[in-house]
Each structure stands twice: as C-alpha cells, then as structure tokens.
Design a protein around this ligand. Structure first.
Ligand SMILES: Cc1cc2nc3c(=O)[nH]c(=O)nc-3n(C[C@H](O)[C@H](O)[C@H](O)COP(=O)(O)OP(=O)(O)OC[C@H]3O[C@@H](n4cnc5c(N)ncnc54)[C@H](O)[C@@H]3O)c2cc1C
Ligand code: FES
Length: 280
C-alpha cells in the first residue's frame, strides 16, 4: 500500500489466467505483476499471507497469495467464482489491470519448521494458501523432512492444480494423496472425504507439522482425526477465512472470539483457536 493512504491499491497487470476448476464454482489462478518497478522490487510476503484485490468499479476482496515467495517476478491468487467481486474478476483477461494492496496477516512458521515433516491437508479452494507453503518447501527441499499432500474436492472437475500435482507425483521425495467425494468413472485414487483419507493414511505425528485449510466442516474433522492419531494441539495449524473489509484491523468485521483474523491470523495453531471454534 502507499505510505499516504492504507486503502490505496497499487496497479497490477494480469499476465496470465489459468482455469483450475470448471463448473458453477469455477476457480482461476491469476498471475499478477505490479506495474510500478519500485513496488515490484520492494514487495515481499511470506507463505500464508493475503492480498486485497480490487476490480475497479466493482469493489475489493481478500485472497490468499497462492504462489510461493521464492517466485520473485509475480504473485498469484487462485479465485473461486462466488459473488459480485469474484464474478467480475473471472471476466478479466491477460493484459487487464486490477488493484492490489497488502500483504496482510501473519504467515506459516516455515523457518521454525525446518527439519520437520510437513503434512498438508487441503479441501477445494482451501488448497490455495497451502500451495504457497508447498512450493516454498519444494524450493527449499533440504530444509524439510517428509512431505505429504492430502487434497480433496467434490469431483475431479473441482480439483485445483491437477497438472502441478501430476508433475509433483514424478518426484520421489514427496507423496500426493488426492480424493474426490463420490465415485467417478476413470478415477483410481481415494473416494471419500479428506478426513477419511487422512485416517486411511495413518501418518505418524512424530516430528511432524500438520497444516489444514478447507471448508469449516472439513477442518473440524481433520483436526479431530489428527488429535486421535496423536498429534498435539501445537502441531496442527490452520488458516481461517472470516469475512473481511479493511484487512488492517480497523473495521472490526473479522473477529472470532477476541481475535481479529486479519491482524492475529489468518494462520492459527489449533491450541490458539480450539476454545472459539464455535464462532467460526
Ligand atoms: C483470509 C482470507 C483468505 C481468502 N482466500 C481466498 C482464496 O485464496 N481464494 C478464494 O477464492 N477465496 C478466498 N477467500 C474468500 C474470498 O475473500 C471471498 O470468496 C470473496 O470475498 C467473495 O467476494 P464476492 O464479492 O465474490 O462475494 P459477495 O458478493 O461479497 O458474497 C456472496 C455471498 O457469499 C458470502 N460470502 C462471501 N465471502 C465469504 C466468506 N469469506 N465467508 C463466508 N461467506 C462469504 C456473502 O455473505 C454473500 O452471501 C478468502 C477470504 C479470507 C478472509
Ligand atoms: S477486516 Fe477489518 S478488522 Fe479485520
């Protein structure tokens, strides 16, 4: 954001648009490049942080940055078509301009997790913030132990980043476990919900951090199953998506309990939020 006005966005050009998931709740990944060279040089963020994107004449909304900070030339956001702003954004094409201000919020503790195994558990568009951490861990592969990615969506059409997972599955230093909710012809991976896939995989909690993001009901049962598997509350992290307006701790729109998601989060360990989960 500019020094004078915290709500003033920078101008960013859409340099590519990729369709990730089709159907009513389509998802597109927008690659953005700041137009001002100074901003391009100065902008930095950590995995888990968010950015407020504006479509001029329509409004603005917050999104997780889905690319890794190791990628310096651009940032990406993966956006599900939902309401007014996201429908307008989905109409944008390569070369169009949008506004962007941020980054906002805290981040995943990727530095503290060095030497640990990392288990990712994502559902639907909830994979967007996890993608930033996954790519960060892959780009710093020697710093992390075993990497397991458990990701599911309703149908195969709703799964994001399919070609990226196909590339990753060629590597022998990480494991991908995809699922869809109901049987489909030609699908040869797990059928069922993400928490059930987790139970089936039965990962060891030893020296492992688990990160989950997805629909609230998925997060609830993923965490329940992780605790049953022996994970401690401070080994489990999630990122929350409460409604936001200002993004900078002023409007009071995004609180759960006494926490502001935009300022204190969006990343929380389970021991921070377990008592206020009912407000989510
Ligand atoms: C920290 C954070 C990170 C996010 N990251 C992503 C991301 O990476 N990708 C992505 O696609 N979306 C993400 N979202 C959600 C995204 O901000 C909303 O989908 C978007 O603001 C919807 O705007 P809209 O104008 O299209 O919908 P609106 O027209 O504002 O809303 C349409 C309807 O949906 C409801 N609604 C909209 N947003 C939410 C919400 N967040 N929670 C509950 N109900 C809602 C509204 O109340 C309304 O009923 C994130 C949200 C937060 C807070
Ligand atoms: S979005 Fe305004 S206080 Fe959090």
């Amino acid at each position: 954001m500019t020094d004078e006005n915290p709500y003033q966005p920078w101008i960013a050009k859409i340099i590519s648009v990729k369709e990730e998931a089709s159907g009513e709740r389509a998802i597109k990944t927008f690659r953005l490049e700041f137009q001002d060279e100074e901003v391009r040089k100065k902008f930095s963020f950590l995995p888990g942080q968010c950015i407020m994107i504006s479509v001029f004449g329509t409004g603005e909304s917050i999104f997780a940055i889905s690319s890794s900070p190791t990628q310096k030339d651009y940032i990406e956001v993966s956006v599900m078509r939902y309401g007014k702003l996201t429908k307008a954004l989905h109409l944008k094409e390569e070369g169009d301009l949008v506004g962007a201000r941020g980054p906002y919020g805290n981040s995943f503790k990727v530095d503290e997790w060095k030497g640990k195994n990392v288990l990712f558990l994502g559902g639907g568009i909830g994979q967007a913030p996890l993608r930033s951490v996954i790519d960060y861990c892959i780009d710093n592969r020697k710093d992390y132990g075993k990497i397991d990615i458990v990701y599911g969506a309703r149908t195969s059409r709703d799964l994001c980043y399919k070609d990226e997972f196909a590339e990753m599955s060629k590597k022998d230093d990480l494991s991908i476990h995809l699922s869809i909710d109901v049987e489909e012809e030609g699908w040869n991976q797990f059928v069922g919900f993400v928490p059930d896939n987790l139970k089936r995989l039965n990962p060891s909690p030893e020296n492992t951090i688990a990160i989950t993001c997805g629909p609230p009901i998925m997060i609830k049962f993923v965490i329940q199953n992780l605790l049953e598997l022996g994970f401690k509350e401070d080994q489990v992290y999630t990122t929350l998506e409460m409604r936001m307006k200002c993004g900078i701790g002023i409007c009071g729109r995004c609180n759960i309990g006494n926490l502001y998601v935009c300022k204190d989060g969006p990343v929380f360990s389970y021991d921070q939020i377990k008592d206020i989960q009912g407000d989510m």
